[in-house]
Design a protein around this ligand. Structure first.
Ligand SMILES: CC(=O)CC(=O)C(=O)O
Ligand SMILES: [Mg+2]
Length: 215
C-alpha cells in the first residue's frame, strides 16, 4: 500500500496504554484495552494546521505510534496478527481535554474530544519492513522546541499483536484502518501559534502549527 488515505477507513484509538500516562491524568491502569473511534475527516498531513475546536480551552497533544492494517480480518489470532500489518505512521491524537473531562464526568462518549476536524495529524506511511520490532521504538514530541514527550513503545501495556487480536474480535479490520496505540506520558496543552514537532526513532518526523478555528 503506498497511500493509506486512498483506502483509509477506521481510525481506532487505544486509551491509557502506558502506565505513566494513566498516572499523570489520575486514571486507573486498564485491565483490557480502552477503545474509541476518530472519523477519517480528522486526518491532516504536513502543510495543514491543527485547529483548536470551538469552545475548547485545553487542547492537548498526544504522540502515538499508528499501525496501518493491510488486509481484511476478524477474530485474528495474536500469533498471526502481524501478517495483517502493512506499515506504520506517526500520529498525533489531538485531544480536547476539557471536552473529554466533561464527557467523563457525565458518562458521555469521547467523540467530540477526540474526533473534531484536524485532530489526527499524521506522517507519511512507513513500510512495515522499516520497523523490525514495533515493541521497541522511541517516539518524542516537542512544543516550540521544548521536549514534552519522550517515550518508547516498550512501555505499552498491550502489545501491537494483542491489540490487533483484541480489536478484531469486535471490529472487522480492513485495509487502510489505523490503530493509534496510545500515548506515553508528558501530554499537555498547546495554544494558537505553537509549533508541534514529533518523531519516531530516526524514521520520520512531523511538524504542525496550531491555530484557532476560523483564523
Ligand atoms: C486519556 C486519553 O485521552 C486516552 C488516550 O488517548 C491515550 O492515548 O492514552
Ligand atoms: Mg491517545
Amino acid at each position: 500500500m503506498s497511500n493509506f488515505r486512498e483506502i483509509g477507513r477506521k481510525i481506532i484509538g487505544v486509551g491509557r496504554n502506558y502506565r505513566a500516562h494513566a498516572a499523570e491524568l489520575g486514571n486507573q491502569v486498564p485491565t483490557k484495552p480502552i477503545l474509541f473511534l476518530k472519523p477519517t475527516s480528522s486526518y491532516i498531513s504536513q502543510g495543514q494546521k491543527i485547529k483548536i475546536p470551538k469552545g475548547c480551552s485545553s487542547l492537548h497533544h498526544e504522540v502515538e505510534l499508528g499501525v496501518v492494517i493491510g488486509r481484511h480480518g476478524n477474530d485474528i489470532q495474536e500469533s498471526k496478527a502481524m501478517d495483517y500489518v502493512s506499515g506504520y505512521l506517526l500520529a498525533l491524537d489531538m485531544t480536547a481535554r476539557d471536552f473529554q473531562d466533561e464527557a467523563k464526568n457525565k458518562g458521555q462518549p469521547w467523540s467530540l474530544a477526540k474526533g473534531f476536524d484536524t485532530s489526527c495529524p499524521v506522517s507519511e506511511f512507513i513500510d512495515k519492513s522499516k520497523i523490525r520490532n514495533p515493541e521497541q521504538i522511541g517516539l518524542w514530541l516537542k512544543v516550540n522546541n521544548t521536549m514534552r514527550q519522550n517515550g518508547n513503545t516498550k512501555d505499552m501495556i498491550f502489545s501491537v499483536p494483542y491489540l490487533i487480536s483484541y480489536i478484531s474480535q469486535y471490529f472487522t479490520l480492513e485495509a487502510g484502518d489505523i490503530i493509534l496505540t496510545g500515548t506515553p506520558s508528558g501530554v499537555g496543552p498547546v495554544t494558537a501559534g505553537d509549533v508541534i514537532e514529533a518523531g519516531l526513532a530516526d524514521l520520520v518526523s512531523i511538524k504542525f502549527e496550531v491555530e484557532k478555528k476560523g483564523t
